[in-house]
Structure formats: structure tokens, C-alpha cells
Design a protein around this ligand. Structure first.
Ligand code: ADP
Length: 422
């Protein structure tokens, strides 16, 4: 059974990634500036879980029996779509690699994977482990290179049958254009965000502050789901701000190999300068700096975790994706206002709601236009939880059984039931 064999190889691949987690963590921390402790648990842990989850799915991909009119019977086949082009960003190199490679393998596709030019190391190691696990030659092809050359070659290639892309909204647009100009390959895009975290008066302040910190400063804010718009109901605002300022006093920025460190350097000079220019915009537009607001350290691309208060919805820092450790605090009064302001964005990736009121929570989860709404939690992602946005955050799902769909082509097969009418 080919599908079962694929699953077996993927399980072996997962074991190998787990066995080499120490080296892989070092590579990932070195390449992306991630604190080592968290990288081992989060980035490598998630990668292994992804492989095991989709390994189990490999032999459970089947079609339907169709109830056609009397004369015919039909069924559908879900076949591998062919060659998958997988273009990956630099913020979670390992997680992104397996959130695409694992379902593509389970579906039976071959693939060309392009890691980001900033962070190619773990992908190369994963390719090496794939060989050891018994993945046949030619199935996983890792190609390093720059976006406009190597990435664009995949997006415009006539023999690539689909592209799954994670990255910026502007490059997502280029990928879709390249597909339209070449062979109209289907694309799946996981793009930027400007996600809201909405904290109601009845929330536990400590918990809400903790969520806001991790939702903005985890992975130095280099996360597409970062909750960079934090809306606080007016009754909780002052207490929240006070507690947040206190909590940030013990936040440590520095060498990602030091176990006490919470936040490493930004991925490179370009990103660091981009984030600092957003911080300058915030200051110039009249927002108040509560914490941080400048680079730190003697060398390297370190930025102080920055919290702005008095942010207005039309400020650039409240509208554009910053992709760095910058949190914007805004005040609101009613549920209706929170819904309207949360949805007043081009993006629709994620949202967080903090409340003990089940009615408010239900209303928010139904009203927010986003791919995921987290209630009293944030960043709660897992292999079986579909992930992917709406609006200009893209379309198509990574993770969960839905992730398989983009790697499969549905074929209908029809035969006469009795004698052929022809
Ligand atoms: P960022 O702007 O955050 O660096 P990008 O969207 O540029 O993120 O990068 C995500 C991935 O897309 C990377 O692997 C990058 O090399 C690739 N990429 C960049 N430009 C293109 C392009 N024109 N076509 C295809 N892939 C690209």
C-alpha cells in the first residue's frame, strides 16, 4: 500500500527530526535569532507534530461515491496535484517547512521547496534527514536562493502544478500574478496581518497583559499573527497599562543563546531598520511611548519591546503590518465599536478576545472576519487546527485536514450502471 508506506516513512522522518532536535535548534536560533529554549519546544516540537499528524492522514485520503441519475454511477478520486512549489518565509523556517512539506508528502506530491534567503539552514538539514528517512530521491527538492530569482522561477514555472506561499502581501500578489501569466497554477497564500486583541472590562488583567505580551513580543514580533492592535475597554485601560509597564521591566532582550533572554535580534538589517522607521512614524504621529522606542545593545539588530499608548486608528502604526516588537494600545467603549474597529482593516488573519462573558465571546467570534479567533488565549496553533486568513491575509489553509486539499486534484469517474446507453 503506497499511501501507508508514505505514512511510515513520514513517521520515521519525524523520529529523525526529533533525534536531531538539538542541532536543528542551534541552526534555527543562529539563522533567525530565536531564543534557543523556546525554539526547541515550539519550532522543533511543532515540526515533529506536523509530520506525525499528516503521516497518519496519508492513508486516509479518499473520494466519494456519487449518486448520479439512474443510468450512471460515479466516484471521485483525490489524486496528488503533481509538483508543488513551496515558498517559505524566514520567521518560522522549520514550522513553515513542515506545515507545507508534511501535507504535500501525505498527498503524494513531489515538491520544490524554497526557504527564505535569510534562513536556509534548517531546510537543508531537513532535506538531508529526508534521505535518511527513506523519502525517495526527487520527492523533496530544496532550492536555496533569492525571491525575485529562485522564488519567481517557481511561481512562473510551467511544470509546477501549484504554489503554496507564506510571506508578505506584496510578494503574495507577485506570486499570483506569475501564476496568472504562466500556467494558471492554483496558489495558496498565507500573507500579512494586523490582528486585533480585544480585552473587555471583565477580563483578568494579569492574564490579559500576559497574552498581549506574548501576542506582540513572542519571536520579536516577527509573526504574521502578531496582535499589534490591542483594544482595551475603557474600564480596564488604566490598570492594564500600569501592569504592562511593570511586567515589561523584567523582559530581557539579548543573545538568543542565553537562557534568560526573552527576545533575540530582528532577523536582519533591513527588517530592523523597517521596524525602527515605524517606531519613528508612531512618535511623529503623536502616539506616546510607554516602553522601549529605540534600538538596544552594542551591536546586532536588537530593538527594545515598544508599547505605544494614545494610538489612533488612522495612524500608520495602527494600520500597517510592522513585523517587529511594537504594540499599539487603543481604547474602546462598546461591543459594537470593538467589532467595527477590529474589522476595519484590509487584513483578516487572526484575532484574540479576552472576556469571561460567554455571550460577548460568542458575538465576537461570529463577527470578526479572520481565519482564527482565539478566546482567552493567543498563538494557540496546532497541526490539526486549520490556519490561514481572509481578505488581504490570503486564502487557503495550512494545518488541519483542509491543508491536504490544495495538494489534491479531484477527479470524477463515471460509468454506466447497467448496459451502456451507447
Ligand atoms: P519579507 O518581505 O517579510 O522578507 P517575503 O514575502 O519577501 O517576506 O519573502 C517570503 C518568501 O518569498 C521568501 O522565501 C522570499 O525569497 C520569497 N520571495 C520574495 N520575492 C519573491 C518573488 N518575486 N517571487 C517568489 N518568491 C519571492
Amino acid at each position: 500500500n503506497g499511501a501507508q508506506e508514505r505514512g511510515r516513512i513520514m513517521m520515521k522522518y519525524a523520529d529523525l527530526v526529533e533525534q536531531h532536535a538539538e542541532e536543528l535548534t542551534l541552526l534555527e536560533s543562529l539563522d533567525a535569532g530565536k531564543p534557543r529554549m523556546a525554539t526547541r519546544a515550539v519550532d522543533l516540537g511543532t515540526s515533529v507534530r506536523s509530520l506525525r499528524y499528516f503521516a497518519g492522514a496519508a492513508d486516509k485520503i479518499h473520494g466519494e461515491t456519487l449518486k448520479m441519475s439512474r443510468q450512471f454511477q460515479g466516484h471521485t478520486l483525490r489524486e496528488p496535484i503533481g509538483v508543488a512549489g513551496l515558498i517559505i518565509p524566514w520567521n518560522f523556517p522549520a514550522i513553515m517547512f513542515f506545515s507545507k512539506v508534511a501535507p504535500a508528502l501525505a498527498a503524494g506530491c513531489t515538491m520544490v521547496v524554497k526557504p527564505a534567503e535569510q534562513t536556509p539552514l534548517s531546510a537543508l538539514y531537513f532535506a538531508h534527514l529526508a534521505k535518511q528517512a527513506g523519502v525517495p530521491d526527487g520527492v523533496i527538492n530544496v532550492i536555496t536562493g533569492f525571491g525575485p530569482t529562485a522564488g519567481a522561477a517557481i511561481a512562473s514555472h510551467m511544470d509546477v502544478d501549484m504554489v503554496s506561499f507564506t510571506g508578505s502581501t506584496s510578494v503574495g500578489r507577485l506570486v499570483m500574478e506569475a501564476s496568472a501569466r504562466s500556467n494558471l497554477k492554483p496558489v495558496s497564500l498565507e500573507l500579512g496581518g494586523k490582528s486585533p486583541l480585544i480585552v473587555f472590562d471583565d477580563a483578568d488583567v494579569d492574564m490579559a497583559v500576559g497574552l498581549a505580551i506574548s501576542a506582540n513580543f513572542f519571536n520579536k514580533g516577527e509573526a504574521c499573527v502578531a496582535a499589534s492592535r490591542v483594544y482595551l475597554q475603557e474600564g480596564i485601560y488604566d490598570g492594564f497599562v500600569k501592569k504592562l509597564a511593570q511586567r515589561m521591566e523584567s523582559w530581557v532582550v539579548g543573545d538568543p543563546f542565553d537562557p534568560r533572554v526573552n527576545q533575540g535580534p530582528q532577523v536582519d538589517k533591513v527588517q530592523c531598520e523597517r521596524v525602527l522607521s515605524y517606531i519613528d512614524h508612531g512618535k511623529r504621529e503623536g502616539a506616546t511611548v510607554l516602553t522601549g522606542g529605540k534600538p538596544c545593545g552594542q551591536s546586532g539588530y536588537y530593538i527594545e519591546p515598544t508599547v505605544f499608548t494614545d494610538v489612533k486608528d488612522d495612524m500608520i502604526i495602527a494600520k500597517e503590518e510592522i513585523f517587529g516588537p511594537v504594540m499599539c494600545l487603543m481604547k474602546f467603549r462598546t461591543v459594537e465599536e470593538a467589532i467595527a474597529r477590529a474589522n476595519d482593516t484590509r487584513y483578516g488573519l487572526a484575532a484574540g478576545v479576552v472576556t469571561k462573558d460567554i455571550d460577548v465571546a460568542n458575538r465576537m467570534t461570529r463577527s470578526i472576519r479572520a481565519g482564527v479567533v482565539w478566546v482567552n488565549c493567543y498563538f494557540a496553533m496546532d497541526s490539526d487546527c486549520p490556519f490561514g486568513g481572509r481578505k488581504m491575509s490570503g486564502f487557503g489553509k495550512d494545518d488541519g485536514m483542509h491543508a491536504l486539499d490544495k495538494f489534491l486534484a479531484v477527479k470524477s469517474v463515471v460509468t454506466p450502471v447497467y448496459d451502456s446507453p451507447w
